[in-house]
Design a protein around this ligand. Sequence first.
Ligand code: SAH
Length: 371
Amino acid sequence: MTTPLRQRIAALIAAQGPITIAQFMTLALHDRAAGYYATRDPFGAGGDFITAPEVSQMFGELIGLWLAQVWVDQGRPARPRLVELGPGRGSLMSDALRALRLVPAFRDALEVVLVEASPVLRDIQREVLKDCGVAVRWTENFDTALTDRPLFLVANEFFDALPIHQYVKSEIGWCERMVTLDSEGAPAFALAPVAIPNARLPANRDGAPRGGVYEQCLAGEALMEEIAYAIAARGGGALIVDYGYEAVGFSETLQAVADHKYVDTLANPGASDLSAHVDFKALGDAVVRGGASACGPVAQGDLLVALGIVQRAERLAAQQSPGGIKSARYTLGDTPNLRGQLDKLIQPEQMGTLFKALAVVPRRAPMPPGF
Ligand code: SAH
């Protein structure tokens, strides 16, 4: 199979020479006509992958209450703004705002802004949130228009979708891995013929083996620094949840997923999700450069247990009756799989350990719950 987008990318490379992996990712994910996110809803059992907010309502509920606790800890600053980066189907925000009925002083003061590049997903989010009772608006980018108030921000599986650069250790130094064309005209990897300056490499680079790969997400680091700067200046807090690592292992994590399976990264741009594991050390360093405190990362399972997910699951289970009690998103009586949801989110061999959470708060603020 060759996608129309693959043909256009091949034409671009033929005309202007090799492109970076970051450029390839940007085209594959966001091209207006054929990009992966621009054209589809990839979530759920019938989709390409499943995310924590789609696994269980408990995830968004606990995150909503986490944000409220951070707001209370900082003396309930006026005019808080709640921003979500890459809200997918809008489930996390819907569950968070429902749980926040418990903290009306926070909920009623909020302005909610969803940062979403995909027109298809924006439509789904609008539909899911139409009766949430809070004014919600949308924007395509996180920028300074969002940094003039105390900032409460959440991003689940967003940073993994941002474009990365790859550098490979070769006999002449660290060279950027590019996307070029093979003899048949298909996209293929090749190393740039010149090495990059050491200044852009992590401190432990000398321990890397020949062929070791260093992945750098410049877009993610810049965004993280901007968020930290806003939180340091105006107050607030951010919770970044994603799959990733704390120490650079010099192995590559760029991956393509379609229909819940790994597929070739270059073969079908636009038809598979492309992502890379998140470098939490690099994000934490960006937070410090922005002038705020980086807390964690902690394992997703540990965070959710500390926030009370087991008690919440027991409470939901107790509400299950033969007739079923109507919950906000589904009839619990019809979904006797709370145990399965809980395990999926917290067990180490499922999402509990690979997924991690990094929190950002102002330097003088108390440690947020769960950290
Ligand atoms: N948070 C959701 C969805 C994760 S998938 C969940 O957990 O289910 C990544 C989301 O980020 C999608 O909504 C995608 O459209 C959006 N996205 C990816 N890159 C983006 C970018 N550069 N700018 C804005 N949104 C982006």
